[in-house]
Design a protein around this ligand. Structure first.
Ligand SMILES: Cc1cc2nc3c(=O)[nH]c(=O)nc-3n(C[C@H](O)[C@H](O)[C@H](O)COP(=O)(O)O)c2cc1C
Length: 184
């Protein structure tokens, strides 16, 4: 079975999530191609059996190149089994209104682009204080999540639940192939 993983990333965490998901699939016999939407606009690939899209939330939305890609390719994306991983910090928040706001973003993306993934997963991202420039530090400081307010600003923090991601990738793979992807 062939899978195509298409991702956007600003700080690198969604790339890590995409590469880890690719490994989960490859360990179970899938052949996987990875594509970064901002670096590779044309792609030649045999028609995949499944497509996974992954994108981070920055300033309350997905990046414009990702949204534009999905809008442009929505017909094709709707013609193959597809799933979406939305990466954000608010999904890790203790405050329900912050979680609710970010949980609604995939539906807003669907309304705007016309793409309807069959499964959606919300993965918590990371804070990379060591890599932010002055303006990013300022933006992150104003983000509402409790994680940002209480985090040690001298260190990087990774909130991604890798077991939950693996279970999601496994469920999606199972739904496409109709057989079990071994856990472990
Ligand atoms: C400048 C900036 C703005 C962000 N804005 C949001 C936001 O509005 N909502 C949210 O839940 N997370 C926000 N985040 C957290 C990112 O979603 C998180 O850091 C994620 O891991 C980024 O993925 P990436 O490394 O693939 O770019 C922001 C992060 C940065 C650095």
């Amino acid at each position: 079975m062939k899978a195509l993983i298409i991702y956007a990333t600003v700080e690198g965490q969604t790339r890590k999530i995409a590469e880890t998901s690719a490994r989960y699939l490859e360990e179970n016999g899938w052949s996987v191609s990875l594509m970064n939407v901002s670096q590779q606009f044309e792609f030649a690939l045999e028609r995949p059996d499944a497509v996974l899209l992954m994108a981070p939330v920055h300033a309350n939305d997905y990046t414009s190149d990702f949204i534009e890609f999905v809008r442009r390719e929505s017909s094709w994306l709707n013609s193959v089994p597809s799933a979406f991983v939305s990466v954000s910090l608010s999904i890790h928040s203790q405050f329900e209104d912050e979680r609710t706001a970010v949980v609604e973003l995939p539906e807003t993306l669907s309304i705007y682009t016309g793409w309807r993934p069959s499964m959606v997963h919300h993965a918590a991202g990371a804070l990379r204080f060591g890599e932010y420039d002055f303006f990013k530090r300022l933006m992150v400081r104003y983000m509402a999540t409790r994680e940002v307010k209480t985090a040690d600003k001298s260190q990087n923090h990774e909130f991604t639940d890798w077991d939950a991601l693996k279970a999601f990738v496994q469920d999606f793979a199972n739904s496409v192939s109709g057989k079990s992807v071994a856990a472990g």
